[in-house]
Design a protein around this ligand. Structure first.
Ligand SMILES: Nc1nc2c(ncn2[C@@H]2O[C@H](COP(=O)(O)OP(=O)(O)OP(=O)(O)O)[C@@H](O)[C@H]2O)c(=O)[nH]1
Ligand SMILES: [Mg+2]
Length: 194
């Protein structure tokens, strides 16, 4: 009887856990974003960009939000490393796709990679946040709105009714908290987990 009650108590009060897969081509700032999230959730004291190296395997961070537990998976974005991304798709509760908007060739490559990623059957219906990173840079480039329009024009969100395009800076931190809160909100409504 005790174990039955205990099991019930555990089920009711255990923290819901959501997995966020951070994707994007190389050098767009995925790991910097993960480190910024760790600073925001007090897992790190400060951001040390010089200590961040190109990702070859996988970086993981577990954070405790008042609303839930979040597990972030940050994968390497170099062309030769993208072939393993799909091994993680089935486990993902949302996608955080990072884009660097300040070089046309890189934006075009990002959109191609985003298209391939979102057309995978294992990701149908999974909420997607596209994060237009490096907005702290003064030089010209594509605005967050322009990026959003290009994504809509190409119909990339066809299988992803829950989507959002937001701008910010992993480096300086603005836009990051709002992005994570948006993800939590939509993951909660997309998957009722008890
Ligand atoms: N100005 C600026 N630079 C940034 C920002 N985020 C990342 N960077 C820089 O971009 C470069 C690449 O950052 P990473 O976080 O290693 O990029 P990544 O997407 O994880 O790259 P891979 O691991 O190779 O896939 C580094 O020099 C960062 O300091 C940002 O918001 N603003
Ligand atoms: Mg990285």
């Amino acid at each position: 009887m005790f174990s039955l009650l205990y099991g019930f108590w555990q089920k009711v009060f255990e923290r819901v856990e959501y997995r966020v897969l951070i994707l994007g081509i190389d050098s767009v700032g995925k790991t910097t974003l993960l480190e910024r999230i760790k600073v925001d959730y007090k897992l790190s004291a400060s951001l040390r960009p010089s200590a961040i190296l190109p990702t070859v395997g996988l970086n993981i961070a577990r954070v405790e939000d008042p609303a839930c537990r979040l597990v972030f998976w940050d994968l390497g974005g170099q062309a030769g490393l993208r072939s393993i991304w799909d091994k993680y798709y089935r486990e993902a509760d949302s996608i955080l796709f990072v884009v660097d908007c300040f070089e046309e060739a890189r934006i075009a490559e990002s959109l191609e990679v985003l298209e391939e990623c979102l057309s995978n059957n294992d990701l149908v219906g999974v909420p997607v946040l596209v994060f237009a990173n490096k907005q702290d840079q003064a030089r010209g480039g594509s605005s967050t709105e322009a990026l959003g329009s290009r994504i809509m024009d190409r119909g990339l969100f066809e299988n992803h009714s829950i989507h959002h395009v937001a701008g910010g800076s992993a480096f300086e931190g603005f836009g990051v908290r709002e992005g994570v809160q948006w993800l939590i909100k939509v993951m909660k409504t997309n998957q009722i987990k008890v």
